[in-house]
Design a protein around this ligand. Structure first.
Ligand code: ZN
Length: 485
């Protein structure tokens, strides 16, 4: 069986982690846990992107040197991993010595596709991105995202021959060698490639941006932050010589947000082809998350931090909400009201209740003895297909069909009536069937809600229930959610 490698994007450390990235971590975590569950050797990497002028600027504002500033924000990203129960194997920082050293090596190995030229154009440090004359004119010289003037740049830079890779990258995407989920994102990037890919500037003069990785053999230039950040996906594996690189590259799935599609579906594959390396097998592109139907912003005052949600509802409920109630193939909305409704109606009343009433009946009618549990009979083909296409929402819909079906089964079989007839065999059969169904459900939920799945296994796993388990999703004692609107 081949190995499985999944990555998240590495967020830029100019601000604290937000719920959109927390969702991305959870999505990648499901894929990693699911692969491990199948017995596949798995590598799951995440990390932080730490160079560039914006970090240097923010550090200066905070009166810290860039490394200290990057350390602080990188730590805040590390801190949400255990909070969300993320099972990553690696955490790469682009200021790690290993990354810096290997990035230099990658640059050298791409040398035949890199040339020196004069760049004339525009740059926004807020985006750490170059802009064309056309875009700058459209916006009257002011970057709308950052409300600051574009900087006119006229400088000697190194360029990467992206134009030479348009055709092969297009072919890889069209033939599905590099699959892109969802389909809409695939069409979007194909249109970009059809428009023509231009060579891109991949360095900045050191006297303008000092906070970066030096260009090998040229002390006057540092690598453009995006160019070197993309390399993290292979430097973290120890490109080119380490065993992990050899056994885990190409990645099976790279999880990204829709705003960085061009970097990952055009530039990154071109770099890999330039290095003579295979392309990742799939890119999964998630959408944006709004809060109360508005873009999160400090000025509106609707910023929700991942830890606020976890504190009130727990990691598994966080994971459940963002995996099922944010569409896997589109944008979605978070609100405390919707989370509260999902928690009460689906988690507590449907799943939690099925577990607690089953346990209660076995305790009351059979002194806690479960009896022999039949093999689960549900074919989970649709669940597997959904997960294979990163449709986390559809996969959970499939599981919930089973949860609802099980509650219905209990209602119809009426164990509380069977017990009155004295038909012990039939009663034992019904309750054991219920336990088998719950065990299958917990197996399916393991990648999504690992702690809850473990709790369900604990209740039924030994064959004897000793006491009524605590509710999986307690409703009382939970502080009221704050109003965000
Ligand atoms: Zn900008």
């Amino acid at each position: 069986m081949s190995n499985f490698y999944v990555t998240t994007s590495i967020p830029y450390v100019n601000s604290e982690p937000h719920i959109g990235f927390a969702m991305e971590l959870v999505q990648a975590d499901v894929l990693a846990r699911y692969a491990r569950q199948q017995g596949i050797a798995t590598m799951f990497a995440t990390g932080t992107d730490e160079h560039g002028g914006k970090i240097a600027e923010k550090a200066a504002e905070a009166k810290l040197d860039p490394q200290q500033f990057a350390d602080r924000i990188s730590d805040s990203f590390k801190a949400i991993l255990p909070l969300l129960d993320i099972s990553n194997d690696r955490f790469v920082r682009t200021t790690d010595e290993g990354h810096e050293q290997r990035a230099g090596l990658i640059w050298k190995n791409l040398a035949e596709h890199i040339y020196k030229g004069n760049y004339t154009g525009w740059y926004c440090t807020g985006d750490e991105a170059f802009f064309s004359e056309k875009v700058v004119k459209e916006n009257n010289g002011i970057c709308p995202a950052h409300n600051r003037p574009y900087e006119k740049i006229q400088e000697e830079n190194y360029f990467f021959k992206l134009s030479a890779f348009g055709e092969p990258v297009k072919q890889a995407i069209e033939t599905g060698k590099l699959a892109i989920f969802p389909e809409t994102r695939k069409h979007e990037i194909l249109a970009v490639i059809d428009d023509g890919l231009e060579d891109i500037s991949v360095s900045r003069p050191k006297d303008k941006i000092a906070w970066g990785i030096p260009v090998p053999g040229d002390d006057s230039q540092v690598m453009y932050v995006w160019f070197e950040a993309l390399m993290n996906y292979i430097t973290v594996l120890g490109y080119p010589e380490a065993e992990d690189f050899k056994s885990f590259w190409p990645a099976n799935v790279q999880v990204i947000g829709k705003d960085i599609l061009r970097f990952h579906a055009a530039i990154w594959p071109a770099m890999l082809l330039g290095l003579g390396l295979p392309l990742p097998k799939a890119l999964y592109v998630h959408g944006f998350v709004t809060v109360d139907d508005q873009k999160m912003s400090k000025s509106i005052g609707n910023v929700v931090a991942p830890k606020d949600i976890v504190k009130k509802y727990g990691a598994d409920a966080f994971r459940y909400f963002f995996l099922r109630h944010i569409p896997s193939y589109g944008d979605g909305d978070f609100s405390w009201e919707r989370l509260e409704a999902a928690y009460n109606n689906e988690l507590a009343d449907q799943l939690g209740n099925a577990v607690s009433r089953t346990a209660a009946m076995i305790l009351r009618y059979q002194k806690g003895v479960i009896g022999s549990v039949p093999e689960p009979e549900h074919d989970m083909g649709r669940f597997e297909t959904a997960l294979g296409q990163c449709r986390f929402d559809k996969a959970l819909d499939e599981v919930w069909e089973q949860v609802k079906g099980l509650n219905q089964y209990i209602e119809e079989a009426k164990p509380w009536e069977i017990v009155k007839t004295g038909d012990e065999d039939h009663l034992r059969e019904v309750l054991a069937y219920t336990v088998g169904a719950l065990q299958q459900i917990s197996g399916l939920l393991k990648p999504f809600m690992p702690a809850i799945a473990e709790k369900i296994d604990k209740v039924f796993g030994s064959g004897v229930i000793k006491e009524q388990p605590a509710p999986l999703f307690p409703k009382a004692d939970r502080p009221k959610p704050p109003k965000t609107a």
